[in-house]
Design a protein around this ligand. Structure first.
Ligand code: PNS
Length: 160
């Protein structure tokens, strides 16, 4: 039986912290579905199509990672995908409160779906998509913190 987990998020854009979590998940699960949220209410830099394209190119070396998007409740997407596990990364104590709330709400909505938390390598534990966008916007060096394809997309979106 194939063990599949959903790794949801905004991924605006994907960082090496996300990549670390997704690749770590592959040692526990056979297949990871990276699910990009499409939330028209939220202000984002990259469209869903752009975010998915960056993710696809980042994971083009493995067929065990697939990229999709969803609207509405995450648990509905997980059920539709035939998965029963949600993967999330936990960087620091500051992430805990929101993640705790989300995991318990998701459990209430869908008791059969489990949330699994993984910690990234310490070198990525302080990075987020927001800090990458901010530093890049003001000319800072973010190489090594994002996949090369994301640098291309940032250059096009922000510097050109
Ligand atoms: O990368 P993010 O922005 O921290 O990801 C948050 C995400 C997309 C996982 C979360 O906002 C989400 O699951 N949204 C879908 C709506 C939903 O299911 N809400 C109830 C659980 S809190």
């Amino acid at each position: 039986m194939t063990k599949t987990a959903v790794y949801p998020g905004s991924f605006d854009p994907v960082t090496n912290g996300h990549v670390d979590i997704a690749r770590r998940s592959l040692s526990i699960f056979d297949k990871i579905i990276i699910a990009v949220i499409n939330n028209p209410e939220k202000k984002v830099l990259f469209s869903v199509t752009e975010r998915k394209e960056m993710l696809r190119r980042t994971f083009e070396d493995t067929e065990r990672v697939v990229v999709d998007s969803f609207e509405g409740l995450l648990v509905d997407f997980v059920n539709r995908s035939g998965a029963d596990t949600i993967i999330r990364g936990l960087r620091a104590v500051s992430d805990f409160e929101y993640e705790f709330q989300m995991a318990l709400m998701n459990r209430r909505l869908a008791p059969g779906i489990k949330s699994v938390y993984l910690m990234p390598s310490p070198e990525f534990s302080y990075i987020s998509s927001s800090i990458i966008k901010e530093v890049y916007t003001f000319g800072g060096n973010v190489s090594g913190l994002i996949p090369p394809v994301v640098e291309e997309y940032l250059r096009e979106k922000i510097r050109d």
